[in-house]
Ligand binder design. Structure first.
Ligand SMILES: [Zn+2]
Length: 438
């Protein structure tokens, strides 16, 4: 991101800053900072026509536009493409996170009880609708949603969101039959030109056998799995012991029927994932030797910083999450929120479901810079969803929308080595506004 300078003064003489449509149908957006995954312009300008970007860059690069263009004044804002939420469970959007995280088992049973209660007519559909509204309020028109049921996937199709709807499959041994049938059904479906593409999500290595991973991989769809999320998962995969061994037994599995892989979950699952179409979520317990493997395999990693933190991962005996090292190894790392039950917090943030808040957490805790988090919130997420990355850049062409974030919520930090400025999010009490679209 090269062209960072100081934030320009606001004000000026724009005569038509109302955002109303000009006779030409064209709009010229003046931005304090105009940024996408490819770089930033300070200040920047962007010419729009009917939801298409005609040109974007330094104000001088736009050229004369004539009197019949509407001027939109965002000189006190960062203007950027909309975000991709690369991991979410919209069908749990009606379940609040307990303020205090007790044991993982107690939390999980709470989620399972809630799923049971959702069997009542309309409950899943309501939850998905709540989640979709909160996603748009958070500037995320694209999601990779894990659908716990066919009802949830059907409800997702109706929301108007774009991206990926992954039907979740689960089971070991002789409990894989229904999962295999769902995968066959989904692989054969005509996807048409809908905004949501169907994908498949084998849940996690401790809950789901290799047969389902293989079938998902062979389906030709995007494949998303939770991976190396917890210490307990690593423990079960290596030795067949710990909390998940007990949970599998409680679920009625005969221990002889479920064979743990005897290897770290990343080592056992990665060979089962399709390279470019594979998405691995969490990786809170990746080891340094895994960086090379992940880069070679071509999967996209999704990191959910707030959810991982809430659930206590990585724990104090493990190093911090390796997202930065992954990026340095050329591994695309996208941001996800995970489900609402992992995201405590009242107020505006409670009403929006956005990776912008995960970017904010990374800025506050680890000094993540705009050039780091913006690709994670846009183009890397698009890769996870199987979307054209230019859906979420400022390259010319049709777009789903543009966002505007007040610069008062963004801090200009230390100069970067190239002489620009490091932009940090600091507080976001207001939701991002839509300059156009959504
Ligand atoms: Zn999840």
């Amino acid at each position: 991101m090269g062209d960072a300078h100081s934030i320009p003064p606001a004000g000026g003489s724009d005569s038509n800053a109302s955002g109303s449509m000009a006779p030409s149908g064209r709009q010229l957006v003046h931005a304090g900072v105009l940024a996408d995954a490819n770089g930033a312009h300070v200040p920047g300008a962007l010419l729009l026509e009917g939801g298409r970007i005609i040109a974007a860059g330094d104000p001088s690069s736009i050229g004369p536009v004539g009197d019949d263009v509407a001027l939109l004044d965002h000189r006190e804002h960062l203007v950027c493409p909309p975000f991709v939420n690369a991991h979410v469970h919209l069908d749990l959007s009606d379940l609040e996170a307990p303020a205090e995280m007790g044991s993982f088992q107690a939390w999980l049973w709470g989620v399972l009880r809630h799923r049971k209660a959702q069997e009542e007519a309309g409950a899943v559909e309501r939850a998905v609708e709540i989640g979709a509204k909160a996603s748009l309020a958070g500037g995320c028109p694209f999601v990779a949603d894990i659908c716990g049921s066919d009802r949830a996937l059907e409800a997702l199709y109706r929301t108007g969101l774009g991206g990926l709807g992954c039907l979740e499959v689960i089971g070991h041994g002789d409990r894989t039959a229904s999962g295999l049938e769902r995968i066959r059904d989904l692989a054969a479906r005509d996807c048409g030109a809908g905004r949501i593409m169907p994908g498949i999500s084998p849940h996690a290595p401790y809950s789901t056998g290799a047969e389902l991973y293989d079938a998902a991989s062979a389906s030709g769809r995007q494949v998303v799995t939770h991976l190396a999320e917890s210490r307990a998962e690593v423990e079960w995969c290596l030795r067949g012991a710990g909390a998940f061994a007990a949970m599998l037994e409680q679920s009625g599995y005969d221990p002889d029927q479920v064979t743990p892989p005897g290897r770290h979950p990343i080592d056992s699952v990665l060979p089962l994932m399709p390279g470019g179409r594979g998405v691995v979520v969490h990786l809170n317990y990746a080891e340094p030797r895994h960086l090379e493997l992940l880069a070679d395999h071509g999967v996209t990693v999704v990191y959910c910083p707030r959810a991982s933190r809430y659930l206590g991962h990585p724990d104090e005996s493990a190093p911090p999450h390796a997202w930065r090292a992954m990026l340095e190894h050329g591994i695309p790392v996208a941001l996800g929120t995970d489900g609402r039950p992992c995201l405590p917090g009242p107020g505006v943030r409670g009403r929006r479901l956005s990776v912008l808040d995960d970017a904010l957490a990374l800025c506050a805790l680890e000094g993540a810079r705009l050039e780091e988090w913006l690709p994670m919130a846009t183009v890397h997420g698009a890769r996870a969803l199987g979307l054209d990355p230019d859906e979420v850049t400022l390259a010319p062409g049709p777009k789903s929308g543009l966002l505007s974030i007040p610069l008062s919520d963004i801090e200009a930090g230390l100069p970067d080595p190239e002489g620009g400025v490091v932009w940090l999010l600091r507080d976001l009490d207001r939701a991002p506004a839509w300059v156009s679209g959504a």
